[in-house]
Ligand binder design. Structure first.
Ligand SMILES: [Zn+2]
Length: 412
């Protein structure tokens, strides 16, 4: 059978698959499956709540240091950074996974096992990405792969929630690596066929209302901050969010008040707005802000004479830009060919990940699954099954080497 290869991405992958170093690396990724899983368990046992990733970052840095051949540092934002130099300083590809989880500091991060599965908060998101970083770094050593360009391995902080991509933002917009990054890969979550090339934009708000408070009976008529938020939520819930382009909203947290028979002095809610389209996101955003303003106005209008009006603050606490790395771009083509080379059909997707930031800056970026399978993500019952993980590591390696090149093209 003869295969006609047309795209340069396909030729690139074909050539890599024939190189001795890549063949050796593939064998090692298969042989070291258990070791990679044990490393994942060690990483995920170290708590990494939002804004508390330092210990996990330090651990990762230590592992990179032990490998030798990497310039390793903890940057001022506590990203773990490990540079593998090639012959030339460019292209420089970032290969990243995020250190943080969504879980608070008091969470039990102990990893349990059941059958072939690992169970722990963050075990998959993004424990499998972090394990992949180390496995891919290690295989460069053991398979003696010399690079043409450079690989910058990064464990990022602040990918989840209110972290607001602060790790990747710091990496790409301040300090040493600004303007040096040619392309960006994030390894986030499980899977082998997914290629996230479109960035889902979001806006997140904290809304706070406050008033004088009082007795539920005696002071009835005093403007009520919880009632005001109720009015606002009711308005938001009536928003006709389009199915296409997919647009969503969520009031995720609500707090306020001290007692059933006291008019609260304050109330807070946190709101997440998302859309596949920037235009729809802005429309929803404008509706939301108007809804909150009008809801508080309504509550103030209903108050009894002589009482103070509620005060309102609407604070933007998260903003993720949208955009895309086009499906025909060299990086996405390379990832698609690598996926096919391993026997899978590539699936282009949209999500909100660390890649949002480089994409919005015009840096080619994709997010890839780091292999295996998982479930109950973002819950305390999160599980991960490492079976088949090597396939995704091989795919990531092909994309990495296809982007930065092997010195002298690799030995055939
Ligand atoms: Zn994640």
């Amino acid at each position: 059978m003869t295969t006609v290869l047309t795209s340069s991405a396909a030729k690139n992958i074909e050539q890599l698959l024939r190189s001795e170093q890549v063949v050796r690396a593939f064998q090692m990724l298969e042989a070291h499956a258990d070791y990679i899983t044990e490393e994942q368990v060690r990483i995920c046992s170290i708590p990494a709540p939002p804004f508390g990733e330092r210990r996990r970052a330090e651990y990762l840095c230590e592992r990179f240091r032990e490998l030798g051949s990497f310039e390793t540092e903890l940057d001022s934002e506590t990203n773990c950074i490990a540079l593998r130099n090639g012959v030339s300083p460019s292209p420089l590809l970032v290969v990243s996974a995020h250190l943080d989880t969504i879980f608070p500091p008091e969470t039990d991060f102990t990893v349990r096992r059941a059958g072939g599965r690992l169970l722990a908060p963050g075990i998959s998101d993004d424990g499998c990405g972090l394990a992949a970083l180390l496995a891919l770094a290690q295989v460069l050593n053991t398979a003696k792969i010399e690079l043409a360009g450079c690989l910058l391995f990064v464990g990022t902080v602040g990918e989840e929630g209110e972290g607001n991509l602060r790790g990747v933002r710091h990496l790409l917009t301040t300090g040493r690596w600004v303007n040096r990054v040619s392309a960006f890969i994030s390894l986030d979550g499980p899977g082998i066929d997914r290629i996230t090339n479109r960035a889902l934009g979001s806006r997140r708000y904290r809304v706070h209302t406050s008033g004088s408070g009082g007795h539920s009976w005696g002071d009835f008529g005093v403007a009520n901050p919880v009632h005001a938020l109720g009015r606002a939520i009711s308005r938001l819930a009536s928003y006709p969010a389009p199915k296409q382009p997919r647009t969503t909203f969520n009031v995720g947290r609500i707090q306020g008040g001290v007692s059933i028979n006291a008019i609260p002095r304050e109330a807070t809610m946190e709101v997440d707005l998302r859309s596949a389209s920037e235009e729809e996101l802005l429309r929803l955003d404008a509706f939301f802000r108007r809804a909150v303003r009008e809801a508080v106005d309504d509550e103030n209008i209903m108050r009894r004479n002589g009482n103070l009006p509620l005060e309102l603050s609407v604070k933007l606490i998260g903003e993720r830009p949208s955009g895309e790395t086009p499906s025909g771009s060299p990086m996405v083509e390379l990832a698609q060919e690598a996926t096919r080379a391993l026997g899978f059909t590539p699936r282009l997707e949209m999500a909100s990940t660390d890649s949002n930031l480089p994409i919005s800056m015009g840096i080619p970026a994709i997010t890839l699954g780091a292999g295996g399978s998982s479930g109950n993500s973002h819950t305390l019952d999160e599980w991960y099954d490492p079976r088949g993980r090597d396939l995704a590591l091989k795919r990531a390696l092909l994309v990495m080497l296809g982007t930065v090149g092997i010195r002298n093209g690799g030995n055939m």
